[in-house]
Design a protein around this ligand. Structure first.
Ligand SMILES: Cc1cc2nc3c(=O)[nH]c(=O)nc-3n(C[C@H](O)[C@H](O)[C@H](O)COP(=O)(O)OP(=O)(O)OC[C@H]3O[C@@H](n4cnc5c(N)ncnc54)[C@H](O)[C@@H]3O)c2cc1C
Length: 496
């Protein structure tokens, strides 16, 4: 077997993980005069929990007062409106209701109200049955009360992560994908040396662990305080976009020790999301869905919304929560490892907290390295309005300026060739069919890419200069094509 020759890379800082925590931090550090590399195991940004969650910007009523979760949730949520406006990411403050079905639930909701007030959440109030049903008439009439949370919002988690990664890259951060860190050790003298599964070596002065479900594994390679992490999977139904929505708010049931409770929520694009359940699993990469898991989601969602039908279900998915035995985020310097920092155990409300975690962690790293802020920053990329949302006049003008707007590639979501090419050309562009799907919504609709995937693959091949057979659905060995007809007929690989 031939051994690929090892490459050695040097930077001031290496961040492990391009989830929302890692990219928020990378973007924050790109404001300083320092070299930053992000190493990501997967082939794209947001391939861990960041692509598979409820997309709620929680207001902050659930976390125990005094915890890092409570602090960063409330601080982070307050940053979202300006952040999403700056990065042109869809965000909507739709509010939430947490519904109760009996006296125990009423007690829980009263506790949540007190917690929320202590955490600094505004405008919380308890509604009686009639008030709750007047607010959301499709609710189960068996509810007895509800907590009204007007500050709760929805966001597209992966679109936010892509926008943050683009902004970080525009300001000098380098992203290396398909690079799984499999060892971290102190370098001779000072700093850190990381070895990747591909055989490359990365040397840095500061190492920051934002590796999500693998956070404890990397932590335990370097810390004198080992950690235990539980991997807790949550499964979902995703229903097609529909003109009629049962609720204007996100509707939760009461949270438990395992999670925030099953919700029924709109997405920012008008799909309906049902889930998640909570089940502990052994393999942090096991994002399968199961008949039992989905059945339990459905039963609980039907309790919130008795008229629920899954006729318009278009896909199911799951995400894995990274739960530490401390039941809190662990953020800051790594114990016993000078020059190493971490943001791990970032389960819910990790999406809502990420921008605030990044500000604090970047400040700690900047102080450790005595960094200065840069004078000039490259402004964020200004994406064009999606063709789907344009008026007829805007569409006509777009096609006139670029005929590729005249080719509709995804019929379900009305996504054009021009938009797909642009998604691949972004600073941290799509390289797979799923990467295009999450950036443009091509393949997100009712047919789930049945019609458009071959055309998307062709455009990826043209734009990135790879052959069509090596285009993947989502990196690794998720190839779509095994061979060409020509080579098959000549007795090529497909003839084996
Ligand atoms: C079911 C579910 C629902 C949720 N709902 C919400 C919600 O509504 N609101 C909210 O605020 N939060 C929610 N969360 C929590 C939120 O999704 C997470 O807190 C957040 O996405 C964590 O981001 P992260 O960047 O820390 O981890 P991840 O997104 O998992 O990113 C970690 C990255 O590290 C990479 N990586 C791992 N190991 C290595 C290695 N050895 N080398 C290189 N790279 C590596 C992974 O590939 C991954 O891309 C939910 C979570 C789940 C699972």
């Amino acid at each position: 077997m031939t051994q690929q020759s090892e490459k050695v890379f040097q930077s001031d800082i290496v961040i492990a993980g391009a989830g929302i925590t890692g990219v928020s931090l990378a973007r924050e550090l790109s404001r300083y005069d320092v070299s930053v590399i992000v190493l990501e195991r997967a082939e794209d940004v947001a391939e861990g929990a960041t692509k598979a969650n409820s997309g709620i910007v929680h207001a902050g009523y659930d976390a125990k007062p005094g915890t890092a979760k409570a602090k960063y949730n409330v601080l982070g949520a307050a940053m979202f409106p300006a952040l999403c406006a700056e990065l042109s990411v869809p965000y909507r403050k739709c509010g939430a209701l947490v519904v109760g079905f009996d006296d125990n639930d009423r007690q829980t909701l009263e506790d949540l109200l007190r917690r929320g007030v202590t955490n600094g959440v505004k405008n919380l109030r308890l509604l009686n049955r009639e008030e709750a049903l007047a607010a959301e008439p499709s609710l189960n009439p068996e509810i007895v009360c509800a907590l009204d949370v007007p500050e709760s919002a929805i966001v597209s988690p992966y679109e936010l992560a892509y926008a943050m990664a683009d902004d970080a890259a525009l300001n000098g951060v380098r992203f290396h994908f398909d690079q799984e860190i499999n060892s971290v050790s102190a370098a001779a003298g000072s700093g850190w040396q990381l070895a990747t599964a591909r055989g490359d070596v990365f040397r840095c002065r500061v190492f920051i662990n934002c590796a999500g479900a693998s956070g404890a594994a990397l932590h335990n390679m370097i810390s004198d305080q080992p950690l235990q992490m539980t991997h807790r999977r949550g499964q979902y139904y995703l229903l097609d976009r529909a003109p009629y929505q049962p609720f204007t708010r996100t509707v939760f049931q009461c949270p438990s020790a395992m999670g925030k409770g099953v919700l029924v929520s709109q997405s920012v694009h008008g799909n309906l999301l049902l889930g998640p359940n909570a089940e502990d699993i052994d393999d942090p990469l096991d994002t399968a869905t199961t008949a039992e898991g989905l059945a339990s989601v459905l039963a609980r969602a039907q309790r919130t919304w008795p008229a629920l039908s899954t006729r318009s279900n278009i896909t199911n998915f799951s995400g894995v929560r990274a739960h530490l035995s401390t039941d809190d985020f662990q953020i800051g310097p790594v114990s016993g490892a000078p020059g190493a920092f971490e943001a791990i155990g970032i389960e819910s409300p990790g999406l809502s907290s990420a921008p605030a975690v990044a500000v604090d962690l970047a400040a700690s790293v900047a102080s450790f390295l005595s960094l200065r802020k840069k004078g000039n920053l490259v402004p964020p990329r200004r994406p064009k309005k999606p063709f789907h949302d344009m008026t007829d006049e805007e569409r006509a003008e777009a096609v006139q300026n670029d005929p590729a707007y005249g080719n509709i590639v995804c019929r379900c979501e009305v996504v054009t060739e021009a938009e797909i090419r642009e998604a691949i050309r972004r600073p941290v562009g799509a390289r797979s069919i799923d990467g295009v799907k999450r950036r443009t919504r091509a393949g997100m609709g009712r047919c789930q890419g049945g019609f458009c995937s071959p055309r998307v693959a062709q455009i990826i091949a043209e734009e990135t200069g790879v052959c069509l057979q090596s285009v993947t659905k989502c990196g690794g060995d998720s190839l779509l094509l095994v061979d060409t007809v020509e080579s098959f007929l000549k007795g090529g690989a497909g003839n084996d």
